[in-house]
Design a protein around this ligand. Structure first.
Ligand code: HDD
Length: 702
């Protein structure tokens, strides 16, 4: 008998499962005892999944091997085109609950007070490919699919309330400029290159958004700690057909928080999956992220009187001018079962609205309404992408669309057209009462390729945004411009950006100019409209001013060694538990460390895999002997020095002093640093961590 056939295998027992040992000695499970039989895609049971069918022991593989061919064929076609933008995403399920009666504003079922609607949310970065790092400096997509009882409503937003361009016709240019340059195929997931800043410098309408992307909004600490925006002006329409304008806002219950740029650079190396891991872990352990949905509602009169055009997506309406009214809450409480089937195949469309919600004439939105439907065809390969479970409505639906690739929800019966004579057997019919009706806005005008003069002010809101930031946030914006433009090779492009910044804020422009060592101040860019000086600052635009009230949902990283004081550890653990925050132990070896009282502390990270950038605050707790090991480890010195440089709150035991000295921070320790010597000290330390960062340090760091 030939070697390598079933008969030549020995069966062995692993745990309570039967396994077969192959010729090479490898062990694999066989069916039985509750383990199902492996089959082909068409259900034929498979006897051997280890060896392809051969002519003879050492002969060629036979084409006849249907199982082998099907397996390889399917594997070869596993990839579908990634999204042309927002390729890297992370999705989760949850629900939306309407908490306020707004029937005077909209007839949308999703907003009936008390109504609970399933949602699927996909967060994303924009420019990077599917495998790019999570903490790239980039806008975050914030797309929400509401499976309402009157059809799916997609609110396809971002974590920034304005956009780069005013007209969708410029979108391909914008995205081409931002992604890898076409001749060289790099840089990946970053805008710090010539093409992007060239486009921006030649597109003054993008300057407001340029300020936003250079702020810390584009380096969020967690997807859970960022705002979301529908960006455009939409319409709400009530039962009587009356309409008001609306802008949608998502407010994170845990407040806003970002990382600092140097941290982001290091995070992308330490954990390219930082954001998805954080979201996955939070949901898996029941710490469900939550947002409130708020509306800015305004009428035609306000729209006419407002300083800017409400149809211009490069502008906000400050919350101080039109307050955000909270009308519901969204909770994400379930991770996906299968990344591909859900996160990858979900198809959002701005055009998917439901009765009671309608579009405005924002030319960016109008263009998007075409693009999203169109792109799904090339991405998902069939007009039947709505048949996929993640995209299908969860309310009853009936229509006469039929056939096509992969049509797997097919109507029964004779009628596939309308009108027909088949009465109640004749399929669905329109419903003038319940059905979607577009708001009958009066439109009159001449056909033409226009840009309204009301879209012409490109700098005033950029100035307002900059002036609304705290000092430390302003410094980050200037630093970000210097960083990005330092990667731009063409000096004329650097200069052009500075010439735009001169229209925003002279001090900012000068800082950037000096940071780049430009040889002289360029002239301010020609402005179609003189920038205004009279816009009031809007504190709601600052991240630092809108942080959390507690340390809940955040993580303390404790670097420890053998001999650590268990009392202090216990004190910290208790304080964090009370606060709703997490603790993670980092040790020289992954096996953990033995505390002074003999307690064994399991480590979650080995020191070189757990740098301080992974944590919101850190503690360095060691013993006289333990610290001797740490001072010789560059990663332990970095742990301390980075935490200090990133303005983190730092706790330490007296024994940690030699490490803090070696890291060069001992003599600079400030009020953001606290020695822990007894159990009760932890509570005070965690209280101080609520501020998230000790920003006072930033000025001293220079
Ligand atoms: Fe877009 C995806 C958000 C302008 C064309 N966009 C996409 C996603 C988000 C946004 C969150 C990812 C959806 C997902 O997770 O599957 N896009 C925005 C926002 C914009 C915006 C907030 C401005 C306010 N987008 C925009 C324009 C166009 C597009 C002007 C084209 C004219 N966007 C697309 C697209 C994508 C997309 C090509 C790629 C994948 C997809 O749609 O499904 O159609």
């Amino acid at each position: 008998m030939a070697k390598g056939t079933d008969q030549s295998r020995k069966t062995v027992k692993i745990g309570d499962q039967t396994a077969a040992r192959g010729q090479g000695g490898e062990i694999h499970q066989v069916a039985g005892n509750g383990v199902p039989t492996l089959t082909t895609a068409l259900g034929t049971p498979v006897a051997d999944d280890q060896n392809s069918l051969r002519a003879g022991l050492r002969g060629p593989t036979l084409m006849e091997d249907q199982h082998f061919r099907e397996k390889i064929f399917h594997f070869d076609h596993e990839r579908i085109p990634e999204r042309v933008v927002h390729a890297r995403g992370f999705g989760a399920h949850g629900y939306f609950e309407a908490t306020d009666d707004i029937s005077d504003l909209t007839r949308a079922a999703v907003f009936e007070k008390g109504e609970k609607t399933d949602v699927f949310v996909r967060f994303s970065t924009v420019a990077g490919n599917k495998g790019s790092p999570d903490v790239a400096r980039d806008v975050r997509g914030f797309a929400v699919k509401f499976y309402t009882r009157e059809g799916n409503w997609d609110l396809v937003g971002n974590n920034i309330p304005v956009f780069f361009i005013q007209d969708a016709i410029k979108f391909p240019d914008l995205i081409h400029s931002a992604k890898q340059e076409p001749d060289r195929g790099f840089p990946q997931a970053q805008t710090a290159h010539d093409n992007f800043w060239d486009f921006i410098s030649l597109t003054p309408e993008s300057i407001n958004m340029a300020l936003w992307i250079m702020s810390d909004r584009t380096i969020p600490r967690s997807l859970r700690f960022m705002e979301g925006f529908g960006v455009h002006t939409f319409r709400l329409v009530n039962e009587n057909g009356e309409s008001k304008f609306v802008k949608f806002h998502w407010k994170p219950k845990m407040g806003m928080q970002s990382v600092v740029w140097n941290e982001a650079l290091k995070l992308n190396g330490a954990d390219p999956d930082f954001h998805r891991r954080d979201m996955w872990n939070a949901i898996q352990k029941g710490d469900y992220p939550e947002w409130e949905l708020g509306l800015q509602v305004f009428d035609e009169k306000f729209a006419e009187e407002f300083e800017f055009d409400v149809l211009d997506a490069t502008k906000i309406i400050p919350e101080e001018q039109v307050p955000v009214r909270i009308v519901g809450r969204m909770v994400l409480n379930r991770c996906v079962d299968n990344f591909f089937a859900e996160t990858e195949q979900v198809a959002f469309q701005t055009g998917s609205v439901v009765p009671g919600i309608d579009f405005s004439n924002d030319p960016l939105l109008q263009g998007r309404n075409f693009s999203y439907l169109d792109t799904q065809l090339s991405r998902l390969g069939s007009t039947n992408f709505t048949h996929l479970p993640i995209n299908a409505p969860r309310c009853p639906f009936h229509h006469f669309q039929q056939d096509g690739h992969m049509a797997f929800r097919n109507p029964k019966g004779r009628a596939n057209y309308e009108p027909n004579s088949w009465g109640s057997e004749g399929g669905p019919r329109e419903d003038p009462q319940k059905g979607f009706r577009s708001y009958p806005e009066e439109i009159d005008g001449q056909k033409g390729r226009y840009r309204s003069e009301t879209f012409a002010d490109h700098y005033s809101q950029a100035r307002q945004f900059y002036h609304s930031q705290t000092e430390v946030e302003q410094a980050h914006i200037a630093d970000a411009f210097v960083f990005e433009l330092s990667k731009v090779e063409t000096v004329a492009i650097r200069e052009r950006i500075v010439s735009h910044l001169l229209n925003v804020d002279e001090a900012l422009a000068d800082k950037v100019m000096e940071g780049l060592r430009l040889k002289g101040r360029p002239k301010p860019a020609d402005a179609a409209m003189k920038p205004r000086d009279d816009l009031k600052v809007s504190p709601k635009l600052s991240i630092v001013l809108n942080g959390p009230e507690s340390f809940a949902g955040r993580k303390l990283g404790v670097l420890l060694t053998d001999g650590v004081d268990m009392d202090v550890i216990d004190g910290l653990k208790k304080a964090l538990e009370k606060e709703g925050a997490e603790i993670e132990f980092i040790a020289p070896m992954i096996g953990g460390a033995e505390a002074s009282d003999g307690t064994w502390i399991e480590a979650q990270q080995k020191i070189d895999g757990g740098p301080s950038v992974l944590y919101d605050a850190v503690a360095i707790l060691t013993s006289k002997d333990g610290v001797k090991d740490l001072i010789n480890m560059p990663e332990a010195r970095d742990f301390a020095a980075d935490a200090f440089a990133h303005c983190k709150y730092i706790a330490y035991s007296a024994e940690a002093r030699p490490l803090l000295e070696k890291a060069g921070i001992w003599s600079d320790l400030d009020d953001g640093c606290r020695e822990l010597s007894k159990r009760g000290d932890g509570q005070e330390f965690i209280k101080s961590c609520r501020a998230l960062r000790f920003w006072e340090r930033a000025a001293k760091l220079g």
